[in-house]
Design a protein around this ligand. Structure first.
Ligand SMILES: [Zn+2]
Length: 223
C-alpha cells in the first residue's frame, strides 16, 4: 500500500529510448468527440510535453471512462482496459489526440517539483487513465501495469522534453487520490526504467505500421 500523493519519478534524458512501440486503437467514434473535450496546446505539441500523469478511473469499465469525453466533462489521451474486458492484454485505447491538451488535471494545480511549479499542466502533459475501482478487491493486473509503463516508454521516446511521471494525487492532493493506494507504483516505475532495455532494432522501428500491412492481424502488446 502506497501514498499516491508521493507517486512521482523523473526520466533521465540520457537514458531516453530511441523508439518504443505502442499498440493502440481509437475508441470508436471518440476522435471527433475528443476535439470538443480538449484544448489547443499553448506550448509546442512535441517539445512542450514535459509530464505524463497517471490516473485511475474509480469505475470498473472503459465505457464509463470514455463517456466523460463524449459528455465533454473531462478527457485523457489513453485508457488502459480492465482485466474483465476483451481488449485487456491486447491493446490500449487512444481517447484524445496527443497534440491536444486533454482535460485531466485542474488548471490551478501545480507542484514545485514539476517545471518550477508552473500551472496549466494539461498544456504540457499527457494523461493516462487505468480502469480500476481503486479498492483492495480490484487489483491492478500485471498487464495493466506493463501497458501503462509501455505508454510512458512510447511517450518518452517521442517527446524529447518529457521528464516527469506523476500521479494525479500528487498534483491535486486535496481532491484526488488516484491512481490510489493499491497501484503498484514501484513495480510500474521499474517496468518503465527496465523496459527501455528492450528497444527494437532500427529495421523493425522503420517498418510500416502493422495495420497498414495486416488489417486483420491479432494484436498483442509489444513489451
Ligand atoms: Zn485523475
Amino acid at each position: 500500500m502506497g501514498d499516491p500523493t508521493t507517486y512521482h519519478f523523473d526520466l533521465d534524458p540520457a537514458a531516453r529510448p530511441a523508439f518504443a512501440p505502442l499498440v493502440e486503437r481509437w475508441w470508436p467514434g471518440i476522435r471527433d468527440a475528443a476535439l470538443k473535450a480538449s484544448s489547443a496546446r499553448i506550448y509546442d505539441a512535441i517539445l512542450g510535453v514535459r509530464a505524463i500523469v497517471i490516473h485511475a478511473t474509480a469505475g470498473g469499465s472503459s465505457a464509463g471512462a470514455a463517456s466523460v469525453i463524449f459528455d465533454r466533462r473531462a478527457s485523457f489521451h489513453w485508457l488502459v482496459p480492465d482485466e474483465d474486458e476483451p481488449q485487456h492484454g491486447q491493446f490500449v485505447w487512444a481517447t484524445c489526440h496527443e497534440a491536444r491538451a486533454a482535460w485531466h488535471v485542474r488548471n490551478a494545480c501545480c507542484h514545485p517539483m514539476l517545471w518550477d511549479g508552473r500551472g496549466r499542466i494539461n498544456h504540457w502533459s499527457l494523461g493516462v487513465e487505468v480502469v480500476n475501482r481503486q479498492i483492495r478487491s480490484d487489483a491492478f493486473s500485471d498487464w495493466q501495469v506493463e501497458a501503462t509503463a509501455q505508454i510512458v516508454l512510447y511517450a518518452w521516446a517521442k517527446y524529447p522534453n518529457l521528464r516527469h511521471v506523476v500521479s494525479h494525487a500528487m498534483l491535486d492532493p486535496a481532491r484526488r487520490s488516484d491512481p490510489g493506494i493499491w497501484f503498484p507504483w514501484e513495480r510500474f516505475r521499474a517496468a518503465v526504467l527496465d523496459g527501455r532495455k528492450d528497444e527494437v532494432p532500427e529495421l523493425v522501428a522503420g517498418a510500416a505500421a502493422i495495420e497498414a500491412v495486416l488489417p486483420s492481424a491479432p494484436f498483442c502488446m509489444v513489451v
